[in-house]
Design a protein around this ligand. Structure first.
Ligand SMILES: NC(=O)C1=CN([C@@H]2O[C@H](COP(=O)(O)OP(=O)(O)OC[C@H]3O[C@@H](n4cnc5c(N)ncnc54)[C@H](OP(=O)(O)O)[C@@H]3O)[C@@H](O)[C@H]2O)C=CC1
Ligand SMILES: CC(=O)[C@@H](O)[C@H](O)COP(=O)(O)O
Ligand SMILES: [Mn+2]
Length: 392
């Protein structure tokens, strides 16, 4: 078996760490080419000692200098690169077979797009790449012949439940609709009054998944599901009208595909990202993943309910932006990133997140452009607007 080389963008995060768990379980199959992060030196240093990548990348120059010193003292051969351009370098190098795209937020777009343009096998966790620039990203994948494999648990489930070789023709595949499951987050039973007082710590206590702080807040506001609706639209060429969201608090069914003949195909599993990560790494084969097997006899009832758009308006905002097209989703995403960071920093309340996004959308001159520079300019403008509205 030939060993495949992987670059992990966002190596120190929740998805990055889970990816390295799967890599460590299959040393005869995978080896790390590069590990990249923003500024977490100590964690990246430990990962470099364990996985011995050829390159380590940090965005922050001081952090990169410190890592370089630590690795030299430890006698490591890993070379440290710094800055955004290095992310693209380690994602497009000719030796690289696959890129795990697990940087959080729109910051992940440029290197992931570079990997797409270079025709790599992309394991896509960074849903924001598709939310900001889905049209041009999918175009780049088609042009280069890159292989795009969804890691996000719902989209990985949909990919597994769609026919093999699905080419985006829903009617030909007999598909009626995609059904995304949502846990409902930690505030599923909260009233609007209670939602006024929740803290960042409350929001980061997801009932089923252990994840980074930004996506945890998105799950709590249902913006995560909104981002995922847009992600599903681009990945599976599915219009908003054929994407449904159902709240399923147990997070056992990861999503479903409804077919014309009345069949519904679902993918089930323990809520552990190492399953979709292993699936994407090995596809079309399957490899073992270090996850707990699902036990039907102890899991209890699986339940379903409709999402409440009054208490969680972010989901409706995302559907509206998808229907509007052009740069609306990029503006929404940028406003959400600033609002979530402000909430995590204790500067705004939870209910201000959708309010700030709505305000940003109504103050932006939305267009139907899908040009990268235009999208990035809209992203920057929305960030500046929302930052100006948040108390220091
Ligand atoms: N966590 C999960 O279970 C799931 C996550 N996803 C998606 O995967 C992505 C990653 O999520 P998650 O792992 O939870 O996030 P984390 O916050 O846990 O990790 C984020 C990673 O990105 C790095 N990073 C942040 N900003 C930059 C930047 N500007 N340039 C380079 N690297 C950067 C961080 O580095 P540092 O540590 O140095 O700051 C860290 O390695 C998100 O898009 C999320 O929506 C999708 C499905 C499930
Ligand atoms: C693990 C994963 O894919 C997350 O995106 C997860 O889906 C979050 O859960 P909810 O957004 O459904 O609460
Ligand atoms: Mn998900």
């Amino acid at each position: 078996m030939t060993i495949q080389l992987i670059t992990v963008l966002g190596a120190t995060g929740s998805i990055g760490t889970n990816t390295l768990d799967v890599v460590a379980m299959h040393p005869q199959r995978y080896r790390v080419f590069a590990l990249a992060a923003h500024s977490q030196v100590d964690k990246l240093f430990a990962q470099c000692l364990q996985h011995k990548p050829r390159y380590a990348v940090l965005i922050d120059p001081q952090a990169a200098s410190r890592l370089r010193k630590l690795l030299a003292e430890a006698g490591s051969d890993t070379q440290v690169l710094q800055g955004e351009a290095a992310l693209a370098e380690v994602s497009t190098a000719s030796e690289v077979d696959m890129v795990m795209a697990a940087i959080v937020g729109a910051a992940g777009l440029r290197p992931t797009l570079a990997a797409a343009r270079a025709g790599k096998r992309i394991l896509l966790a960074n849903k924001e790449s598709l939310v900001v620039a889905g049209d041009l990203f999918m175009h780049a994948v088609r042009e280069s012949g890159a292989t795009l494999l969804p890691v996000d648990s719902e989209h990985n489930a949909l990919f597994q439940a769609l026919p093999a070789g699905f080419d985006g023709d829903l009617a030909a595949a007999g598909v009626v609709e995609l059904i995304l499951t949502a846990s409902g987050g930690p505030f599923r039973h909260h009233t609007l009054e209670q939602l006024q007082h929740v803290t960042a710590e409350d929001a980061c206590k997801h009932p089923n998944w252990v994840m980074g702080r930004k996506i945890s807040v998105d799950s709590a506001s249902l913006m995560n599901k909104g981002l995922e609706v847009i992600e599903a639209h681009w990945l599976f060429n599915t219009p908003a009208e054929q994407i449904k969201v159902v709240v399923h608090p147990q997070s056992v069914i990861h999503s479903m595909v409804r077919y014309h003949d009345g069949s519904i195909l679902a993918q089930l599993g323990s809520p552990d990202m190492r399953t979709p990560i292993a699936y994407a790494m090995a596809w079309p084969q399957r490899i073992a993943a270090p996850v707990q097997a699902l036990d039907f006899l102890t899991m209890g009832a699986l339940t379903f309910e409709a999402p409440d758009l009054q208490r969680f308006p972010c989901l409706k905002l995302a559907f509206d932006c998808l229907k509007a097209g052009g740069d609306a989703s990029a503006v929404m995403n940028a406003a959400n990133e600033v609002a979530v960071a402000s909430f995590l920093a204790g500067r705004i309340g939870f209910l201000q997140i959708p309010q700030l996004i709505e305000r940003a959308l109504s103050h932006s001159d939305l267009s139907l452009s899908s040009d990268l520079d235009c999208l990035l300019a809209k992203d920057a403008a929305a960030r500046a607007l929302v930052s100006g509205w948040v108390p220091a």
